[in-house]
Write a protein that binds this ligand. Structure first.
Ligand SMILES: [Zn+2]
Length: 399
């Protein structure tokens, strides 16, 4: 049996005035997803359990079959796994953004998409200035960096993702709770160092947002997740994604992480290359998980045209070739679903259950309707505990 799961990140949405009351899925030309929904079935799954913030870390973990209530320990530990940073059970990982705060207001959670080299220099000098035993910075891509703590300090802190407080005063959202003093001190000291730094001066002079400080959030211990093979009995899995977070999940699940030239998190990504790589990986792997970030990024920019184009590219260049490849195997199954909705109207992640469609061996067709939020919500197939969807899929819709 061969399995393919394709995730158009944040592609689900609400009806839009600009689209005469249609959602981007309904406005897009998606013959392959429609075929999957018509030959097989569609329904909804709640991938963000009550009490969790809607985000790809929670939602993807859930649809991979792991209950976030049991396994989710934070976003930063998943990114640490992607970088293969060794962690013991008691170590802490914090996401360490480089951000632009002007007059106490969060202006940019990405410090103008600061370069890797600039980020490395700033964090190296910050580490030297702080001289805090147990704390270690790990630079990632651009503004996305990590801070690891190995020591006896205990943390029970509340932090805030900086992308959720655009144009808001930062004072309200500083780390709070047990152990937060040291985190605030690191943020304060970074502010003093970065303000005078020539990198900041140069960025301002050339019209770029400077990194005015670090922002710590998303903390947690390493999650203790059983390997996918142990949990579901599927032997060899592979992940194809342009996003660190999902690479981290794949590492924790014991899957291969495959790369594709030109794969990015935006609409400039190499859709055709990803489609080819996903189809080719089915030769050696039992399950291939292919994730595309572009529709989510377009939604955060309220760019519905690009969102529709991204959905159509995914259908044509990824779902189509993968479906064609699967039909060459005696037994196969495919599922397409966004991890969570990202709503153009609010530019934020939504909480509505996500729509899925699946087809293949032993998946019986129930209602013949094209794939859409409305049609999947009308189906009586509602998976309230989203982590149960994986089992349902692997068994061909027979629970
Ligand atoms: Zn998003």
């Amino acid at each position: 049996m061969k399995y393919a799961i394709i995730i158009p990140d944040g592609a689900a949405d609400e009806p839009l005035q600009e689209l005469n009351g249609k959602t981007p899925f309904e406005a897009a030309n998606i013959p392959n997803m429609d075929r999957i929904a018509m030959e097989g079935r569609q329904g909804t799954a709640r991938t963000v359990p009550d009490g969790f913030e809607s985000g790809s870390d929670v939602a993807t973990m859930c649809l991979l079959g792991y209950d976030p209530k049991v396994y989710h320990t934070g976003r930063a530990p998943l990114e640490a796994a992607a970088q293969n940073i060794p962690l013991s059970r008691t170590d802490w990982v914090f996401r360490c953004n480089l951000v632009t705060v002007i007059d106490g207001v969060m202006k940019d959670h990405s410090a103008g998409g600061i370069s890797d080299a600039e980020a490395q220099t700033l964090l190296k000098e910050l580490s030297r200035k702080l001289d805090l035993p147990g704390f270690e910075f790990y630079t990632g891509v651009s503004y996305r960096n990590l801070l690891v703590y190995r020591g006896d300090e205990e943390f029970d802190v509340t932090t805030k993702p900086p992308h959720e407080i655009p144009d808001e005063p930062t004072a309200k959202y500083l780390p709070r709770g047990k152990g937060s003093e040291i985190l605030r001190r690191i943020m304060d000291e970074s502010r003093e160092l970065f303000a005078r730094h020539e990198i900041s001066q140069t960025r301002i002079q050339t019209g770029h947002n400077p990194a005015t400080q670090v922002w710590l959030w998303g903390q947690g211990h390493a999650p203790n997740m059983p390997k996918f093979t142990e949990k579901f009995g599927v032997q060899r899995g592979a992940m194809i994604t342009g996003v660190d977070l999902l690479r981290g999940l794949a590492v924790l699940l014991g899957w291969d992480v495959l790369n594709v030239d030109g794969m990015t998190s935006f609409h400039d990504t190499n859709y055709a290359g990803q489609g080819k790589a996903t189809a080719a990986a089915l030769d050696d792997c039992d399950l291939v998980f292919s994730h595309i970030e572009a529709p989510d990024e377009a939604s955060h920019q309220a760019d519905w045209k690009t969102k529709i184009a991204a959905i159509e590219h995914i259908d044509k260049f990824i779902v189509g070739p993968v479906l064609e490849k699967l039909r060459k195997f005696p037994e196969w199954r495919i599922m397409v679903l966004p991890d969570h909705p990202t709503n153009i109207a609010t530019r934020k992640h939504g909480y509505a259950p996500t729509s899925f469609c699946m087809a293949g061996t032993r998946v019986k067709s129930v209602v013949k309707a094209p794939y859409s939020e409305k049609n999947s919500a009308a189906s009586d197939l509602k998976v309230e505990r989203g982590h149960e969807l994986m089992e349902y899929f692997l068994r061909g819709g027979n629970l």
